[in-house]
Design a protein around this ligand. Structure first.
Ligand code: ADP
Ligand code: F6P
Length: 472
């Protein structure tokens, strides 16, 4: 395979099953913030993407997608279980999300996580040209930066953590915490969504490694690793263009008609994940119906929950609980032809999502903890006419930027109920002031701005960012 001067290394290639089965050579985004974000910036870029081909097993004959070459990493069933379902999604994921679900530690997962990380590092080393920049993504691949540096000391290595990075008192629980820290500190630049995460890393590097550390630089093994916050974003232009497309405008009219023209529509869009706060949200909605604060005759909730990580135990139970609760709420408060909740457990196209966002009088984004939450930003981008209310969890990274949203503590069901009512009852003037401020922010901080900011910090000169993403 030819070598590239920019290599992205992420757990997944941005393909889904249908794209692979019929061999179609186009981007099909799997739901999830990471591939969505990188998809938006890499389409026109001569780069190589190293990643797991999911479960599609076509490793040897994947085509290039646009200008991006794909370098698949195949995983056996045991590796998927130990690395992806095990250490990444049963140990690190819950721990990094404030342990809202109990993390599971199984010793045998570690060796698989380590050896799969080594395989990703070797694949990246193989496709990276001399002095190339390699951008490693997320908690699945936390050991890769150091492994790659050992294989290829000539490379410029970036690491970006899309999920929260926890405070020392949580991170200290991790078996293998020293290896995990050393792994990510193999990078030249470690980027996070929020500044607090860089502060957490500095404290841990001092405590566990005795390193000299501030919130923006850590000195270890005679090298300085820079750190900082680079809040990820969305392709604002794409969402704005979709929002005004005639077929999407027609879909909005149809949805409005189907949901009931005079009704106030609440919408939530999540991967079916326990960090997203879906259960707390349903409890709040049920109580508002019970107390008569909301009535099915004039309000309706649309909850989209796309299946995710279904082989991980904690996700299976969650799906059953949510579906049970939706059934109970509809059974108790719905009427014939008029459910209290429309529950959709399926993937949507970008156009369908744009239509749904425009149908939402109130978008309810209430994760218990989230690295960023791109759905919140997509909603804002889709509101071309400046209407609509965003109810947003204080525990989503997006809250640091979208401060004009109706911010809420989703752990507090009473606060959740009051905030939903405030958003539903807000005046059009209040809503448009808030929405326009948020729209201006994301217009100035889109996904390209994120990539430019990160790569400019990575190589200090801005040359890398200009070469791959042009002038701002
Ligand atoms: P996470 O990375 O935890 O999944 P984000 O909110 O940051 O959370 O990103 C979710 C991404 O997945 C968004 O770009 C959103 O549009 C997309 N998405 C969510 N639900 C669906 C769905 N049902 N169909 C297609 N895409 C979805
Ligand atoms: O941002 C967190 C993340 O794990 C991303 O890496 C990914 O885009 C998304 O969640 C979806 O998760 P998965 O790849 O496990 O389906």
């Amino acid at each position: 395979m030819r070598q590239s001067s920019l290599v992205v290394v992420a757990n997944r290639l941005p393909l889904d099953d249908s794209a692979a089965r019929d061999g179609a050579c186009e981007w099909r985004r799997s739901p999830g913030g990471l591939s969505g974000a990188l998809h938006a910036i890499l389409q026109q870029t001569p780069a190589t993407w190293v990643g797991w081909d999911g479960e599609i097993g076509l490793s040897s004959r994947l085509p290039a997608i646009g200008s991006v070459r794909l370098r698949p990493v195949a995983l056996t069933a045991d590796e998927q279980a130990g690395y992806y379902e095990g250490f990444a999604n049963s140990t690190l994921w819950p721990l990094y999300h404030d342990a809202v679900q109990q993390p599971v530690f199984q010793r045998e997962w570690w060796e698989t996580y380590r050896s799969v990380n080594q395989r990703f590092a070797e694949a990246a080393a193989e496709v990276a040209g001399k002095h190339a920049a390699v951008w490693v993504q997320d908690y699945h691949l936390q050991l890769v930066p150091r492994m790659l540096r050992e294989l290829r000391p000539d490379l410029l290595i970036g690491f970006f953590m899309h999920v929260p990075f926890p405070p020392p008192e949580l991170f200290m629980q991790l078996p293998r915490r020293v290896e995990l820290l050393r792994g990510m500190l193999g990078a030249d630049l470690v980027g996070f969504q929020r500044e607090q995460a860089a502060h957490n890393l500095a404290q841990l590097a001092q405590k566990l490694l005795g390193a000299d550390a501030t919130d923006d630089a850590i000195t270890i093994d005679g090298r300085t690793v820079r750190t900082g916050a680079f809040p990820v974003s969305i392709d604002v232009g794409e969402m704005r263009a979709l929002a005004t497309r005639p077929d999407v405008v027609a879909q909005v009219a149809q949805l409005r008609h189907d949901l009931g023209k005079s009704k106030r529509v609440l919408v939530s869009v999540d991967r079916l994940d326990y960090t997203k706060g879906i259960e707390h949200r349903l409890t709040a909605y049920r109580e508002l119906l019970r107390d008569g604060d909301l009535k099915v005759g004039d309000t309706v909730l649309v909850q989209v929950a796309v299946p995710s990580r279904e082989r991980v135990e904690s996700y299976r139970g969650l799906r059953d609980r949510i579906e049970g609760e939706v059934g109970r709420i509809n059974g108790e408060y719905g009427r014939v032809g008029e459910p209290a909740i429309h529950y959709l457990n399926q993937p949507f196209s970008r156009a369908q999502l744009a239509a749904l966002y425009q149908t939402a009088d109130v978008m309810v984004v209430t994760p218990l903890r989230d690295g960023m939450n791109l759905v919140a930003k997509e909603y804002v981008a889709a509101r071309e006419d400046g209407t609509g209310a965003l109810v947003l969890s204080e525990f989503a990274g997006a809250a640091a930027e979208l401060s004009q949203a109706f911010l809420v503590n989703p752990h507090d069901v009473d606060d959740l109920k009051q905030t939903l009512l405030r958003a539903l009852d807000a005046s059009p003037e209040d809503l448009s002031t808030r929405m326009n401020a948020m729209r201006q922010h994301i217009a100035e901080h889109d996904i390209l701005a994120w990539a430019r900011a990160y790569l400019t910090e990575l190589d200090h000169t801005g040359r890398l960012a200009r070469r791959f993403f042009g002038r701002p």
